[in-house]
Design a protein around this ligand. Structure first.
Ligand code: PEP
Ligand code: MG
Length: 891
């Protein structure tokens, strides 16, 4: 309903995420399921958007509906808003359609003023409790709504504690809190020029506004950008009756995950704080106790909670992250949502839920983010390496990270921009630190538990994190921390192990990961589903073997120039390039031939039974020669040196002349790719001979080899026609000489826009197409792939001119159109044309989805990305069916 801006919890349901936000929809769903949820209502995301359209004002219809909902809440609870005899207090919380933990604002205990606080004290018979609530409210409202700096309030508490000679908040009594309140109110008056607002409705409206405004605070904007969350969604606001975890030892508050969010193990995993309010846990102000504390203190409540956890997990078919409060022995559920988890846990939970009959295999495949899978392949600390352990904290997010210590988020960002690897070390983190966490390799905190901000955020980002490392004495001003006698200063290197919680001095060697049975099981399901084949880009037998172990079904790109770069080969390659005559060049090539043959032998053998696409030489030749400027400096020095050996000078001058001759202003558009093979056919002849000699040798050894020879940078069919002839002739000759028969194909990269545009012609000469989307992106956008990211591209991305970096995520509208056209036109000529992709995009999940839709046969990516690609390909199949959608109209 377009003009309905407010929903009571009982009016909504779980399917209304877009309108009610994730939290609101879940609260509605739990209310429907008769779970013990304190009553309340949700102001919709549409109201938030309308609020912005109205120039950030709460429009009349919204205010009226809020008041009406408030009236119903009063009826239901038997309490009244602003009534000193039976005060209704509410929490006001943000809740976007997509979870953005901690990014936006929350206000608790709203509805307190000088009169209602007395009522609360009388009703609860607990003045200390009432004043504590009121001071919390002034503090939060002051900070969030009135913009009073948080630390001003903190200082007051520190002062009062110092005066009273106590260390912990609960040691302060009613009179102490009353004194704190007086000082808080003075701070508000000084800072805003107004007394603290006593009108409870005005408080509520101001809080709703503040939550709407927090949709556009700095950290929320950064978070949205990081997680690709659209800005237009807006946030809902949930207004809910307060329940109190700080009413004595039969009260408390906690957070629990229905499974271990680090390992995925099926066990209740959580934390509980007796006599506390929610923000104490989340902010990590007091280090909480394990959830078992609740079991011991209130077994019946614990049992009830366990049963609810089980129910919620089955209902949502996923591991839940649940916030709850116990008020004088009564359990309330405040929130449930799918819990953030490590990659390892994500895989285990998805597989276990299938085994428990809760999910189908297909659902499980869609549950795991391919990027998370990728994290599992990250390295960890070598268990056999010596460990100089400085301290041990909580193992909050697994993985190991090494970096220089920095003590604030801005520094972390600045250092990282300079190319330093840093570890962000803080007493605790807050949502303000998010940019520092993004920039850091890992996070280390001295306070806070496994569900503290640092832990949750790092886990979500797949960054190693150690938190609650209380042995660390951090001195932010001196930029150092001490552990006992030892001192670590800003800039010194440490390593953190997020799996054990250890903090180690210096850099520690890392090892490859061990993959779980669930990892392999999930990928086996993915393989059964996906249509796209997955190959790897690999240039050495070792990489080929690794790729195969990760499940690659062939090599999609072997860049032969990488074989030329080995230090012992560069002199021979230079000899070939510097040769003045064809004879001289051939002599040098003859030296390279056995080396290349050995390379191809190794790779073809490692990939026995699978296709191996070998690309002939691609980069400009000057890449193998000394740098022009450096050479110029050297020659100038030699010329000015009377002692210099004249022969050496002449040699260097000749080299300089040659390098100058080969120098190009636009080498990426220069003499490279097939243009080299056409002008110097002897280079390609040598490479093809090496491929077929290696293949012949393997055939004789009984090995099944499937070489595919690929010509780079073709833009015109005539280029390919000539080079195909060259390949066929050399192949036939070698086969005749060796008396073997090798099944092979010849194809081309499609990486020049003209090739995509004339794919029908090019397909006459090609058995296969492989889209080289690195060059195709470069040439379609006319963005240098070597320079753009260091120059204007960041500006393009920050200012929203481009939604994504096109060198990472394939640009569907432009480059994608060329691919779609290339495949369609190519298959018009040759219906069984095999088509794949071997640019970096072949290992990126959204681009893989596109490759599926456009009807490619395979993607090829770096070996470590193969598992990610297998899962992304399966997800594409599950989302879109068998693909070819975009092609059907063209075919
Ligand atoms: C490409 O251009 O996409 C490609 C795979 O080739 P290279 O990166 O070697 O230019
Ligand atoms: Mg290329």
């Amino acid at each position: 309903m377009a003009d309905k801006w407010v929903y009571l919890f009982e009016e909504g349901h779980g399917g209304m995420r877009d309108l009610l936000g994730g939290k609101g929809a879940n609260l509605a769903e739990m209310t429907k399921a008769a779970l013990p949820v304190p009553p309340g209502f949700t102001v919709t995301t549409e109201a938030c958007n309308r609020y912005y359209q109205e120039g950030r004002t709460l429009f009349d219809a919204l205010k009226a509906q809020i008041e009406e909902a408030l009236g119903k809440l009063e009826e239901k609870t038997g309490k009244r808003f602003g009534d000193p005899n039976h005060p209704l207090l509410v929490s006001v919380r943000s809740g976007a359609p997509v979870s953005m933990p901690g990014m936006m604002d929350t206000i608790l205990n709203l509805g307190l003023n000088d009169a209602t606080v007395e009522g609360l004290a009388r009703l609860t018979n607990d003045a200390r409790f009432a004043y504590d609530c009121y001071r919390r409210f002034i503090q939060m409202f002051g900070d969030v709504v009135l913009g009073v700096p948080h630390y001003l309030f903190e200082q007051v508490i520190d002062d009062v504690k110092a005066q009273r000679g106590v260390r912990h908040d609960p040691e302060l009594g009613a009179d102490d809190w009353r004194a704190v309140i007086a000082r808080y109110k003075a701070i508000v008056q000084r800072h805003t020029g107004q007394p603290f607002p006593q009108d409870v409705k005005a408080q509520l409206f101001a809080a709703v506004r503040a939550v709407f405004d927090s949709w556009n605070n700095q950290r929320a904007i950064v978070y949205r950008k990081l997680h690709n969350i659209p800005d237009h969604l807006g946030t809902a606001v949930n207004v809910q009756m307060m329940v109190f975890g700080n009413m004595g030892n039969d009260s408390g508050t906690g957070v629990a995950f229905t499974r271990d969010p680090n390992t995925g193990e099926k066990r209740l995993y959580g934390e509980y704080l007796t006599n506390a309010q929610g923000e104490d846990v989340v902010a990590g102000i007091r280090t909480p106790q394990p959830i078992e504390t609740l079991r011991e203190a209130m077994p019946a409540v614990y049992e009830q909670f366990v049963a609810i956890c089980e129910r919620l997990e089955r209902h949502y078919k996923d591991m839940q992250d649940i916030e709850f409060t116990v008020e004088r022995g009564t359990l309330y559920i405040l929130q449930t949502r799918s819990g953030k988890r490590t990659a390892q846990a994500a895989v285990k939970i998805a597989v276990d839920l299938v085994k428990e009959g809760i999910l189908t295999r297909e659902e499980a495949l869609l549950r795991v983010d391919p990027d998370q899978l990728h994290q599992l392949l990250h390295r960890r600390i070598d268990p056999s390496a010596p460990r100089d352990v400085l301290a041990k904290g909580l193992p909050a997010s697994p993985g190991a990270a090494t970096g220089r210590v920095v003590f604030d988020a801005d520094e972390a960002e600045a250092w990282a921009k300079r190319g330093e690897r840093v570890i962000l070390v803080r007493p605790e983190t807050t949502p303000e630190d998010i940019h520092g966490i993004v920039a850091a390799q890992g996070v280390l905190t001295s306070r806070g538990g496994m569900t503290s901000h640092a832990a949750v955020v790092a886990r979500g980002m797949g960054k190693p994190c150690v938190c609650g490392c209380e042995a660390l004495k951090i001195d932010l001003r001196a930029r150092m921390f001490a552990v006992g006698e030892r001192v670590v200063r800003e800039g010194e290197v440490i390593t953190i192990d997020g799996a054990t919680g250890e903090v180690l001095a210096g850099e520690v060697p890392l090892v490859d990961p061990v993959l779980s049975p669930e990892f392999h099981e999930l990928l086996a399901w993915a393989d059964a589903v996906r249509r796209l084949a997955v190959r790897a880009n690999a240039d050495t037998p070792d990489d080929a073997a690794k790729a195969r172990a990760f499940g690659a079904e062939g090599i999609g790109l072997c860049r032969t120039e990488h074989m030329f770069m080995a230090p012992d080969r560069v002199p021979v390659v230079q000899e070939m390039i510097l040769a003045e005559t064809r004879e001289e060049r051939e002599a040098a090539l003859q030296k390279l031939l056995p080396m290349q043959q050995g390379d191809f032998y190794g790779i073809l053998k490692a990939m026995e039974g699978l296709p191996v696409t070998i690309r002939l030489l691609d980069p400009p030749l000057h890449e193998f020669l000394p740098n022009l400027e450096e050479l110029l400096v050297e020659v100038t020095k030699l010329r000015g040196d009377p002692q210099a050996d004249p022969e050496r000078l002449a040699e260097k001058e000749a080299l300089l002349a040659k390098v100058r001759k080969l120098h190009e202003f636009n080498p990426m558009l220069g003499h490279r790719g097939c243009r080299l093979g056409l002008v110097f056919p002897e280079i390609y002849e040598m490479q093809v001979e090496a491929i077929f000699r290696a293949a012949a040798q393997l055939v004789r050894e009984g090995v099944d080899v499937r070489p595919e020879v690929m010509i780079p940078l073709v833009g015109h069919v005539n280029e390919l026609a000539r080079l195909r002839k060259l390949v066929d002739e050399v192949a036939q000759r070698v086969m005749a000489e060796t008396g073997t028969s090798v099944a092979y194909t010849v194809g081309t990269m499609i990486e020049v826009p003209r090739a995509a545009l004339t794919a029908d012609e090019i397909a006459r000469e090609a058995d296969f197409f492989s889209f080289g989307t690195n060059d195709l992106t470069q040439m379609t956008f006319a963005f240098s792939r070597d320079d753009a990211e260091g120059k204007f591209l960041p500006h393009y991305l920050e200012s929203g001119i481009l939604p994504d970096n096109p060198f990472i995520t394939l640009d569907e509208r432009g480059v994608g159109k060329l691919i779609a056209m290339g495949v369609a036109e190519g298959r018009k000529t040759r219906p069984n044309l095999k088509a794949g992709i071997c640019g970096e995009h072949g290992g990126e999940k959204r681009s893989i989805d596109f490759c599926h839709r456009v009807g490619l046969d395979y993607v090829s990516c770096s070996p470590y990305r193969v598992p990610l690609a297998r899962l992304a390909a399966a997800q594409a199949q599950l989302r879109h069916g068998s693909g070819f959608d975009n092609l059907s109209e063209n075919r």
